[in-house]
Design a protein around this ligand. Structure first.
Ligand code: C2E
Ligand code: CA
Ligand code: CA
Ligand code: CA
Length: 279
């Protein structure tokens, strides 16, 4: 009980620290962010390493706050999760990303893919599949161009239920990516259990490859493992030429990173598509 008391004390002190009034303010303004059209999506190009072409985009949400400016998702997604606001926000993200992708496809980029991040609460929502069906109908986007990105922590609590949910989503024709791979509980057996299509190696692995040979070896082992399991490999956070040559040498399928482009507002992403910039 004493142990518990200690933890509680810690909880309350952090809850009432300087950041908390800030957090409360954000929480209440986040409630109105959607209806006030303050949320927007940025798109980061995903580039094929075989052709050097843009094959898709990852949709990344931002909050254009009237006083604070652009707020990063790391700051408000956790608040949205806690309050449940992630459910309408996540639905908006999915719908907006699909609508936008359909527009780009109609403009001639007919095979452009879109990756959308799902949060834990969204994934455990009973009607996520229905939501997705409605969005597919409304936007007319072919589900084979959609990738849903999930992280390991969302799947470990109840493996069986998670696998069932993943298969229910996949039966619609969408693909599933395991995001931030290597930062959590990952093991070969774990990867094998879930019906993933794509593995996204976390950027920390790529950044460390030049530090020491062990890190490069670990990253190579992950790449080999993904290939053994027939997963497509997307490397995140490629920032330098030497990181790029590493991922090319190791036959990864695709990359995203600042070296090619930062996440862009839709207008700038469209411009980049038209210029058909190559790696
Ligand atoms: P993530 O899914 O791992 O997204 C990749 C993050 O890495 C993005 O940060 C992106 O801007 C950043 N990044 C891309 N290339 C590079 C690079 O070369 N170097 C470095 N240092 N960073 C790079 P962002 O946009 O701030 O998003 C942060 C996180 O917020 C995302 O991490 C994702 O977990 C979450 N998030 C973003 N949008 C959504 C959303 O619509 N729904 C949910 N549930 N989560 C989202
Ligand atoms: Ca992601
Ligand atoms: Ca990631
Ligand atoms: Ca992340």
């Amino acid at each position: 009980a004493k142990q518990q008391g200690g933890n509680q004390y810690q909880f309350y002190t952090t809850a009432f620290n300087i950041g908390s009034s800030d957090r409360l303010a954000l929480q209440s303004s986040l409630r109105h962010a959607l209806e006030r059209h303050e949320l927007l999506l940025y798109y980061q190009p995903q580039v094929s390493l075989k052709t050097g072409e843009i094959v898709g985009a990852e949709a990344l949400v931002r909050w254009q706050h009237p006083e604070r400016g652009l707020i990063s998702p790391d700051k408000f997604i956790p608040i949205a999760e806690e309050t449940g606001l992630i459910v309408p926000i996540g639905e908006w993200v999915l719908k907006t990303a699909c609508q936008q992708t359909k527009i780009w496809q109609n403009a001639g980029f007919s095979h452009l893919r879109i990756s959308v991040n799902l949060s834990s609460r969204q994934f455990s929502q009973i009607d996520l599949r229905h939501q997705l069906v409605a969005i597919l109908m409304e936007t007319g986007l072919d589900p084979k161009y959609i990738e849903l990105e999930l992280t390991e922590s969302m799947l470990v609590h109840n493996t069986e239920v998670a696998i069932r949910r993943l298969n229910a989503l996949k039966s619609l024709g969408v693909e599933i990516a395991i995001d931030d791979f290597g930062t959590g509980y990952s093991s070969l057996s774990y990867l094998q259990q879930f019906p993933f299509d794509i593995l996204k190696i976390d950027r920390c692995f790529i950044h460390k490859i030049t530090d020491n040979p062990n890190n490069a070896a670990i990253t190579k082992a992950i790449i080999e493992m993904a290939k053994t399991l027939n997963l497509k490999l997307m490397v995140e956070g490629v920032e330098t030429e030497s990181e790029l040559s590493f991922v090319c040498q190791n036959q990864c399928d695709g990359m995203q990173g600042y070296l090619f482009s930062r996440p862009l507002p839709s207008h700038d992403f469209a411009q980049l598509l038209k210029n058909n910039k190559r790696l």
